[in-house]
Each structure stands twice: as structure tokens, then as C-alpha cells.
Design a protein around this ligand. Structure first.
Ligand code: GFB
Length: 322
């Protein structure tokens, strides 16, 4: 593998969104690196939706690197119920962070998006060239448009100003420090929490939203953190890169796998009144694989490790405000 073109040794790195699922995984990944310093700020300290506050923070901290993992995120129900908030917050966070990074000479920026940027009917597996080729999935259009805007802004700042900003588009993520709230979380943590509760209370059934037929690809967040540092050090280009596993599973199969791992043997009750969302969104990851990265954490192993983390932290999880 080629030597890093942008070695992070000695650089100061700002992880925006450092306490979230993605940000905390990147902080864990950086722990072993000889970087010049880790810069973080909570949303209470620095509201990235405010341009003046964001600009003042970047001007005072002057990081060498920005990893943009800050976002308002949520599962299908949270997205569907608050499209305006998801669009506005994520648009402002991305625009303010990219503009402050540009204006203050941040040497390298990594923008983290989502596979929901691709059209609902995209050919599977979805290659990067399918962006903006068709209508989006209605349940998360607000979030998707904000993520597309961030990706496009990074590309245009590279063209106009020569800013070294790259964009990674991960598939559905899971792992420690995820949101496990039963209403606002994504499917994997939600089913883990539901099935854990069913086992603890000997419940005979667990409600699963939708038909169980949609298919999803799940990447452990530590694999995404590895891909982020890999691309930060070794990739510079306006082409965004998909990051995933190249394998998907139906929601029914996922629920059955989680039940097996948790050790619960009840019945899954599918609720067709809840939305299925995108029928399938499997990523083509051949571009980033050609650069030398590939995932290493299998789904069964990753879910088991996440459940261990959930059990060790269940007190804080249930009460943690979101
Ligand atoms: O993970 P999820 O909420 O979001 O839902 P998306 C995936 C599938 O799991 C849908 C089903 O078909 C849900 O109906 N599902 C079944 C459940 N039971 C549950 C449950 O208890 N909770 C949840 N949340 N889902 C997200 C976007 O779409 O993908 C985000 O909304 C982001 O913006 C993320 O892009 C990566 O995978 O459908």
C-alpha cells in the first residue's frame, strides 16, 4: 500500500460531533495515532448551526484537519416526522463547518454523508455515479438533501478554492454510543433494545416496523472510523466514496439474527402501518476497495459486540437525553 499522501502525525484534528456514534468511533481510532492534538466541542459549547459561533471557534482553534461527523440523525420514523428540522440543522452544520474550514485554512476536511443520498429506485448495488439520477426516498428526503448539499459544497470548494475536502458516503451504521431510543433510533439498535427488553420480561412477541421485506446493509462504526482515517491520509479528490460491506440482509433476517444473539425465542410481529422506506440500498464499494480499504467486522460479530456494550452501559443509554 502506498505511503500516506497526507500523514496525520503531528496534525491537530477537530472531530465535529465527537460524542455521537461516528464521532466517538473516530476519537477511539485516533487514540493510537501520534496526532498533534484532538479538538472537540459539545453542541452546547459550540452550536454549529450558528455561522458566527462556528467561525469564531475555528478561528480560535485553527485545526489542521476537520472530520465532520456532527449531524442531526435518526431512524425512519424520526426522519419522516421532522423533515424540516433534519434538512435545516444538517444544512447549516455542513455549510458553516465547510465555510469556516475554508476561511481559516484547514488543510484537510472529511465530510461524512449517508447512503440515503441515492435515489429510491437506484440500481443495486448503488455506485457513486447514481447520485442525483432519480427521486429520493420520501421518508428521509430532508436529511438526504442536506447530505447531498454538503457533498456538493465540498466538491465545489475544491474546484473554486483548491480546498482539500473529501466526502465519504457510509451505509447504515451501528455500534457503541449509538442512539437506542425505541422511537428515534435506527433499526439495528431499536431491535436490539426491543428484543433485550422482551428477553428480560419474558415477552412472547416483539413489534417490528414494516413488512420485514426491505433489505439493509450494516457497517460497524469502527470499520467506518478505519475507512475515514484511511481516506484522510490516502485520498484526495472530488469524487465521493461509498463505504460499506457490499452485503445486505432483510429486516426479518436481521431481527431473527438479533433474537438468536440476545437469546430470545418469541414471535416477531410485523406492523405494516409503519413505513418500510427504501426497499434496498446496497452500496457498490469497489472504488474505496481499489484504494486498499475493506471492512473487517462481520455482522454477527459486530452485533454481539454491540450487545455486550449495550449491557455494560444500559443505565446511561436509557436515560441519555437525545
Ligand atoms: O434504520 P431505519 O430506521 O432507517 O429503518 P432507514 C430501516 C428499516 O427497518 C425500515 C424497519 O424498513 C423500518 O421500517 N424497522 C423495523 C425499524 N423495526 C424498526 C424499529 O423498531 N425501528 C426502526 N428505526 N426501524 C435511514 C434514514 O433510513 O437510513 C436516515 O432514515 C439515514 O436518514 C439512515 O440515512 C442511514 O435505513 O430506512
Amino acid at each position: 500500500m502506498a505511503e500516506p499522501s497526507f500523514p496525520i502525525a503531528g496534525r491537530t484534528v477537530w472531530v465535529a460531533g465527537h460524542r455521537g456514534l461516528v464521532g466517538s468511533a473516530i476519537v477511539r481510532r485516533l487514540a493510537g495515532e501520534p496526532i498533534g492534538g484532538l479538538i472537540t466541542a459539545t453542541s452546547a459549547e459550540v452550536d454549529l448551526r450558528r455561522q458566527d459561533v462556528t467561525e469564531a471557534f475555528v478561528r480560535s482553534e485553527r485545526p489542521d484537519v476537520l472530520i465532520l461527523a456532527a449531524a442531526r440523525v435518526g431512524g425512519i420514523h424520526a426522519n419522516r416526522s421532522a423533515q424540516g428540522q433534519f434538512l435545516y440543522d444538517n444544512l447549516m452544520i455542513a455549510a458553516n463547518c465547510l465555510e469556516a474550514a475554508r476561511a481559516n485554512g484547514v488543510a484537510k476536511t472529511v465530510v461524512l454523508g449517508s447512503s440515503c443520498i441515492y435515489p429510491r429506485g437506484a440500481h443495486q448495488p448503488m455506485g457513486e455515479d447514481q447520485l442525483l439520477t432519480g427521486p429520493l426516498e420520501p421518508t428521509n428526503e430532508g436529511y438526504a438533501i442536506a447530505k447531498i448539499a454538503a457533498l456538493e459544497l465540498a466538491k465545489m470548494y475544491r474546484r473554486q478554492y483548491g480546498m482539500d475536502a473529501i466526502s465519504l458516503m457510509p451505509t447504515n451504521l451501528y455500534g457503541p454510543e449509538d442512539n437506542f431510543d425505541l422511537e428515534t433510533s435506527h433499526v439495528l439498535p431499536a431491535l436490539l433494545h426491543k428484543i433485550h427488553n422482551a428477553r428480560a420480561t419474558s415477552a412472547a412477541t416483539v413489534p417490528v416496523w414494516g413488512t420485514g421485506r426491505p433489505r439493509r446493509e450494516f457497517l460497524h462504526v469502527d470499520d467506518l472510523a478505519e475507512a475515514t482515517i484511511f481516506a484522510l491520509e490516502r485520498y484526495s479528490g472530488e469524487q465521493h466514496l461509498n463505504v460499506g460491506t457490499g452485503k445486505d440482509i432483510s429486516i426479518r433476517e436481521l431481527a431473527e439474527l438479533i433474537a438468536e444473539i440476545v437469546g430470545w425465542e418469541g414471535e416477531l410481529e410485523f406492523d405494516p402501518d409503519m413505513p418500510d422506506g427504501t426497499p434496498r440500498k446496497l452500496l457498490d464499494i469497489s472504488r474505496i476497495e481499489a484504494l486498499g480499504w475493506s471492512p473487517s467486522i462481520g455482522l454477527r460479530e459486530g452485533i454481539a459486540a454491540t450487545y455486550d456494550w449495550f449491557l455494560a452501559n444500559s443505565e446511561s443509554i436509557v436515560t441519555r437525553p437525545r
